[in-house]
Design a protein around this ligand. Structure first.
Ligand code: SDX
Length: 388
């Protein structure tokens, strides 16, 4: 078989066969294992949804209880991981801290038995259990405090907010955060999931798989956009400034954060749900000063760029929800990673079931048959020193 057309960003190129999730970008539909995201957001919990994604079907009551119990009992971090984190600079980005901690787990669980279901289960449980603890621990430690121990009587979502804010969250806040995790859990072959699959295809350990995906999610064109959206709203400052800000972006051809998507040509269904979650929080805890700017921005972008299919994506309203939950801006992407770990693990498992190492090709654009030039005869090809 030959496939010679080069498609930048692999647009439209299938890289796998998968039964985990489905996106209909024209009609704004997202399904996990065939179940609509609106239904899961309304009726399921994050841990149940993660089970669905990873093991392929909704759990029975006993299966769910067992999975929850396993996760609860693996939430604590080894003291060596905590000691390692103490050496991280407080000014470092939490995504870098998370990537390092996820990779470090591979040092403690170095046995690699990818054909052993017990090993797979333990890795899934460990990663789902420890990633939230790592994010919360880094937050407290960079403030000079000891991390808070996880609490077994709290749900996955409530426990994270508890570890982060050092107090038990309001039930509505915990419920809404749980829905946010469900919404971010999985999204077909996005950049970080592809990264996890490529890493998985080498048959390395699952900690390396998740660490590579965390590194990929961090970028502003992917998960890092949620943080950038808040910075953008802050910079805009008032509803009156929305139009001039947009004019400037369009003139400079710069990307408007939280808008556009490779697959969706309508508003991302997750953005619609997140906007309504934000409104529920505002009703109980007070309005966010940036919300009116965000709504005006959505309207103005739709008027100017709607013809190109540019509408809010998942990252546009999520930050407004997280701010109300007391989550600092630079933890928005780590929170995305907490949720997406379940999707990455589902793809890791699927990849292992029918593995072939990813090894694409290239279209070579360089020269051939060049001579080796002795050093004294070379001319610098650099305009200036990179150190100047
Ligand atoms: C996520 O894929 C996933 O599933 C990811 C994700 C997930 O769940 O994992 O949904 C999560 O990562 C959301 C995306 C977060 N990123 C941003 O919000 C950053 C801003 N958006 C973009 O840069 C962009 O829209 C991407 C990266 C999301 C998509 O990039 P594409 O598909 O490569 O599109 P493109 O950059 O080639 O743009 C196509 C056209 C261009 O116009 P033309 O040159 O054809 O005239 O659309 C324009 C672009 O200029 N465009 C934008 C725009 N996004 C696209 N113009 C202004 N602002 C934007 N945000």
């Amino acid at each position: 078989m030959t496939f010679c057309e080069y498609r930048p960003g692999l647009e439209g190129v299938p890289v796998t066969q998968s039964s985990i999730s489905f996106v209909d970008g024209k009609n704004g539909i997202l399904e996990y294992r065939g179940i609509n995201i609106e239904e899961l957001a309304r009726l399921s919990t994050f841990v149940e949804t993660a089970y669905l994604l990873i093991w392929g079907a909704l759990p029975t009551a006993d299966e769910l209880e067992e999975f929850q119990h396993e996760i609860q009992s693996h939430r604590r971090l080894k003291y060596r991981i905590r000691d390692m984190m103490k050496c991280f600079p407080e000014s470092g980005h939490p995504m870098d801290a998370l990537q390092a901690c996820a990779a470090a787990l591979g040092l403690f669980y170095s046995r690699r038995a990818l054909d052993d279901p017990t090993y797979i289960r333990a890795a899934v449980v460990r990663l789902m259990a420890k990633i939230p603890t790592m994010v919360a621990a880094f937050q407290l430690m960079r403030k000079g405090n000891d991390p808070v121990q996880p609490r077994d009587d709290l749900s996955y979502a409530a426990n994270f907010l508890y570890m982060l804010n050092e107090r038990e969250p309001d039930p509505l806040a915990a419920q809404i955060f749980d829905i946010c995790l469900t919404l971010h859990a999985e999204h077909t072959i996005n950049a970080s999931t592809f990264s996890s699959m490529v890493t998985a295809s080498t048959l390395t350990d699952p900690y390396g798989v998740v660490a590579s995906a965390v590194g990929t999610l961090a970028g502003p064109l992917h998960g890092g956009a949620n943080e950038e959206v808040i910075m953008m709203l802050e910079e805009i400052g008032t509803v009156e400034n929305v139009e001039p800000y947009l004019d400037n972006c369009l003139e400079k051809k710069s990307k408007i954060m939280g808008f556009g998507h490779r697959v969706y040509k309508v508003k991302d269904p997750r953005a619609t749900i997140l906007q309504s979650l934000a409104e529920q929080l505002f009703e109980k805890f007070g309005r966010d000063e940036y919300y009116d700017i965000a709504v005006a921005m959505e309207k103005a972008v739709a008027e100017r760029l709607g013809h190109k299919g540019i509408y809010p994506n998942v990252d546009f309203y999520s930050g407004l929800v997280y701010r109300k939950l007391g989550i600092p801006t630079d933890l928005f992407t780590p929170v995305f990673a907490i949720a997406r770990t379940s999707g990455w693990l589902a793809h890791w498992k699927e990849q292992l079931n029918e593995n072939r190492i990813f090894r694409p090709t290239q279209i070579y654009t360089g020269n051939h048959a060049q001579s080796y030039i002795p050093i004294e005869k070379r001319q610098s090809s650099q305009d200036e020193s990179c150190w100047s």
